[in-house]
Design a binder for this molecule. Structure first.
Ligand SMILES: [Zn+2]
Length: 151
C-alpha cells in the first residue's frame, strides 16, 4: 500500500468556493431582469421565474438565519447520503433573502430564528479522500454577545 496523503474534495463541484477573506461562499445565480436568486447556481442561462436569459453568477455571504430545523434519525432512502445519522437538517434564509435547504452542525442549543454562518466540514471518508460538504452553525460572533430576539 502506498502512503497516500488524504485529500479533501467537495461532495459536488460548484456549490461553494473559497474567497480572499478565507471564508467559503455558496455559489448561486441571480437574474439581472427580475432579481430572483437560485441555489445551487443554474448551469443554464435561463431564469425559471421570468423566463429571460439573464442569469449571472453570484456568491452569497454565507450568513443567515435558521427558519426551521429537524433531526433526521434514519438514513434517507436512495443511497445518496453517506454521512452519519442522526443529523440536523433545516431551512436557512440567507441574508440575501433566499431560502435554502441545508444540513446544520449538530448542536442541541441551536434554535429556529438563530443567526448562522456557513462552514465546510467533512461529511464522510471515501478511499483516500475526505468528502467535504457545507453546513451551517450558530454564528460564533453573536453567541457571546447580545441576541436580537426580533420581537
Ligand atoms: Zn428572472
Amino acid at each position: 500500500m502506498a502512503n497516500i496523503e488524504r485529500k479533501a474534495i467537495p461532495i459536488m463541484d460548484g456549490l461553494w468556493q473559497m474567497e480572499a477573506d478565507d471564508n467559503p461562499h455558496l455559489m448561486g445565480s441571480r437574474c439581472r431582469a427580475c432579481g430572483e436568486m437560485f441555489f445551487p447556481r443554474k448551469t443554464l442561462n435561463f431564469c425559471m421565474h421570468c423566463h429571460k436569459e439573464s442569469l449571472e453568477e453570484i456568491l452569497f455571504s454565507g450568513k443567515g438565519r435558521v427558519l426551521m430545523l429537524t433531526k433526521v434519525e434514519r438514513q434517507p432512502a436512495g443511497g445518496f447520503y453517506k454521512g452519519e445519522v442522526p443529523y440536523t437538517y433545516g431551512i436557512v434564509q440567507l441574508d440575501e433573502g433566499i431560502n435554502i435547504f441545508s444540513q446544520l452542525v449538530d448542536d442541541s442549543t441551536l434554535s429556529a430564528d438563530e443567526r448562522v454562518e456557513m462552514v465546510v466540514v467533512k461529511l464522510y471518508e471515501e478511499d483516500e479522500h475526505d468528502v467535504m460538504t457545507f453546513k451551517f452553525k450558530a454564528d460564533s460572533t453573536l453567541r457571546e454577545g447580545v441576541r436580537d430576539d426580533g420581537e
